[in-house]
Write a protein that binds this ligand. Structure first.
Ligand code: ZN
Length: 312
């Protein structure tokens, strides 16, 4: 009998929420997810049929049956091969995440650095929305330097990339003003967003103060009610996710807020001059969590504006 791949626990981000209580698993590089938790989050009804050791998932006209121990499942009576067999671990049925992607049109991806499996339904509020994501600084402009020398430009870029990945997975159209460590002027950032006619503009920064004990999260907007609404959503989600001091939503005539033609916000996620906060933003896991918060702030902004429930 072939040796079964060892299971390695990894992190799970489900619909843009970092999961504290549940996790995903890797079996020789293939992500497996707890079927009840994930299928329910994708809008399916889950039934466990004990004698057959089968799980039935129903959503609209879609009906999926999977059986513990098998490497096949059915989607509407059609047999589908699974890359790994379905199994029970810690009292949960684990199934290849790719099956749920295929059955329910969910987005699934494995991200190595933060060791995270991201699973997301398509979000009606985000579909085809061009969102300009602006990682502050870059190239010769490092931005703030952390207590132990961490450059702001690097943290901003990695978080921005993660926000982009989360938006894309949910059906959005993110556009990063820079994708690499290069210098970009403020007018060039604004010009890009305006030319793309982005729906909103979100700039990602980290703060700095002379006193190392100063810390917390703050988010800026300029002039408009819609900018304030966007900033409030971002600030709320960031504070809830990473739990730093809430320094509030503030108004400032920063160049990128003033000259962008769409609702615009600028997040100062944490203080790099504060050794504890610098340590926090150093890990890929924390950067993923920060990105999920910014992602949810963006989603909440669009949901507040529209989305009648029948779209679902
Ligand atoms: Zn900055």
């Amino acid at each position: 009998m072939a040796q079964e791949a060892r299971l390695i626990p990894v992190n799970l981000v489900l619909n843009g929420l970092w999961q504290q209580e549940s996790r995903a698993w890797l079996a020789a590089g293939v992500p497996l997810v707890p079927v009840r938790r994930v299928a329910e989050a994708l809008g399916a009804i889950v039934e466990w049929q004990t004698p057959q050791k089968a799980v039935l998932l129903r959503s609209g006209a879609t009906r999926v049956v999977l059986v513990v121990g098998r490497s096949t499942a059915t989607i509407n009576e059609r047999e589908v091969r699974l890359p790994r067999r379905t199994r029970v671990v810690e009292n949960q049925v684990l199934v290849a995440a790719s099956l749920l992607a295929e059955a329910f049109g969910a987005g699934v991806e494995w991200e190595e650095r933060a060791r995270v499996v991201r699973v997301s339904r398509r979000e009606p509020a985000l579909l085809q929305k061009v969102v300009a994501i602006d990682p502050g600084h870059g190239g010769k402009d490092s931005g703030a330097l952390g207590a132990t020398g961490l450059p702001e430009k690097e943290v901003n870029l990695e978080i921005a990339r993660r926000v982009g990945a989360l938006l894309r997975l949910a059906g959005g159209s993110p556009a990063l003003t820079r994708e690499s460590d290069r210098f970009l002027s403020l007018p060039a950032r604004v010009e890009q967003a305006n030319r793309l006619q982005a729906e909103i503009f979100v700039s990602i920064h980290h703060n700095w103060a002379y006193q190392p004990e100063v810390g917390g999260t703050e988010t800026y907007y300029y002039l408009t009610v819609s900018g304030h609404t966007l900033a409030s959503q971002l600030q709320r989600q960031l504070v809830a996710e990473i739990g730093l001091a809430n320094r509030g939503v503030k108004e400032a005539a920063f160049y990128v807020l003033r000259y962008t033609r769409m609702p615009a916000s600028l997040c100062e996620v944490a203080f790099l001059s504060n050794p504890e906060e610098e340590r926090l933003v150093q890990t890929p896991e924390a950067r993923e969590r920060i990105a999920t918060a910014i992602y949810r702030g963006i989603r909440a902004y669009f949901e507040e504006k529209e989305v009648p429930k029948e779209v679902y």
